[in-house]
Design a protein around this ligand. Structure first.
Ligand code: NAP
Ligand code: ZN
Ligand code: ZN
Length: 356
């Protein structure tokens, strides 16, 4: 019997999300069925709903910061038990054999990662799903290899954003070997940005936030940032030239980055995380003069996601959240578009059951 699932779906790029029903597959031998309790709202959900990069097929159930409790497992499942607190991030499958998958970086699967939503759904055909549908829903069936364990000391609602915002910032901080003495700047204090600040501070770095206004200054300092710059303040930006080893750029829109590049010191790297679709205006000279790099990074692998969750458990790191009901998601999107987010909206799925 397929699993009847209530959800909230986008039906067009310019309409509010609305209640939607779908079926999840019955658990196969390696599957875990999760009763979803909370799901974070990532700016990538908004990009997908607005069809920013083209190719969105409606109805679409977004959501890839999923946490909940296991309610059933297949016969071969050894990693998770009924009653365990678990999470699912941006991926639900991959080929598992290519060099990227073998190296634990399933997000770079060379034959194509199966994303939590908007991917072709190999297991969905039996239940009439042509594409994967995400976490703005009350049930999901996922292969155990893509299900993470949430440390006991972390509240589930505030842990949800770790599944995307957490690992997306943790991965480049680790890749570029941030530690005590590192000077890290975080551009954009939204969902990803505030996780980058907390994680980099916990790794021992000296962190600076670069924001569009001073509205979030007190919050940034409370999260452990030592310095705060406003990107339009030319004097302050000039004074910070050459100061950073790593810049984590989480801006969700295309903007002029050459000024920010000059803030890097010798061999410094700016990692672009925002899913902007336009060309980045980069001048060669600031790159050449200090052997600087511009790089990109995509979420993190499953092994690294568990490592990040355990790190957050040890350091008591969670997201700062605003809990909302499913019928408030579209309003939350409007607020995200105005950068009015402190610092992640999380949908309370128990309010889905009551409403639909
Ligand atoms: P968010 O919560 O909406 O935060 C984005 C922040 O960017 C805003 O709070 C704002 O910071 C800043 N910003 C927005 N528009 C700006 C502009 N025109 N100029 C300068 N700054 C601006 O978004 P998010 O969920 O953190 O996601 C950020 C981006 O990362 C999105 O594009 C998302 O799709 C992408 N993403 C990528 C990955 C990956 O694997 N690479 C994973 C998840 C998300 P201030 O208020 O401080 O100015
Ligand atoms: Zn995301
Ligand atoms: Zn692969």
């Amino acid at each position: 019997m397929p699993i009847a699932t209530r959800a909230f779906a986008a039906v067009a790029s310019d309409q509010p999300l609305r209640p939607y029903s779908l079926q999840r597959r019955d658990p196969g031998p390696a599957d875990v069925v999760i009763d979803i309790q909370y799901c974070g709202v990532c700016h990538s959900d908004l990009h997908a709903v607005k069809n920013d990069s083209g190719g969105t097929r409606y109805p679409l159930v977004p959501g890839h910061e999923i946490v909940g409790v296991v309610i059933a497992v297949g016969d071969e499942v050894a990693r998770h038990k009924v009653g365990n607190r678990v999470g699912v991030g941006c991926m639900v499958d991959s080929c598992r054999t290519c060099p990227s998958c073998a190296g634990g970086e399933e997000q770079y699967c060379q034959t194509g990662t199966t994303w939590t939503y908007a991917s072709r759904d190999p297991g969905g055909e039996a239940v009439g799903q042509t594409q994967t549908q995400g976490g703005y829903s009350d049930r999901i069936t996922v292969d155990q290899a893509f299900v993470l364990s949430i440390p006991d000391n972390l509240p589930l609602d505030a842990a949800a954003p770790l599944l995307c915002a957490g690992v997306t910032t943790y991965s480049p901080l680790r890749h570029w070997k941030v530690g005590p003495g590192s000077r890290v700047a975080v551009v954009g204090l939204g969902g990803l940005g505030h996780m980058a600040v907390k994680l980099a501070v916990a790794m021992g770095a000296e962190v600076t936030v670069i924001s569009t206004s001073d509205r979030k200054k007190a919050d940034a300092e409370r999260m452990g940032a030592r310095h705060f710059l406003i990107n339009r303040d030319r004097e302050a930006m000039k004074a910070a030239m050459g100061r950073f080893d790593l810049i984590i750029n989480t801006v969700s829109a295309t903007y002029e980055i050459s000024g920010t590049l000059s803030l890097l010191g010798l061999n410094g790297t700016m990692v672009m995380l925002g899913l902007t679709t336009e060309d980045l205006p980069v001048r060669a000279m600031p790159l050449i003069m200090r052997r600087r790099s511009v790089a990109g990074s995509l979420i993190g692998g499953i092994r690294e996601t568990q490592e990040m969750l355990d790190f957050c458990g040890q350091h008591n790191i969670t997201s700062e959240i605003e809990l909302i009901a499913p019928d408030e998601i579209s309003h939350a999107y409007e607020r995200m578009e105005r950068s009015d987010v402190r610092y992640r909206f999380v949908v309370d799925m128990s309010r889905l059951s009551a409403e639909s």
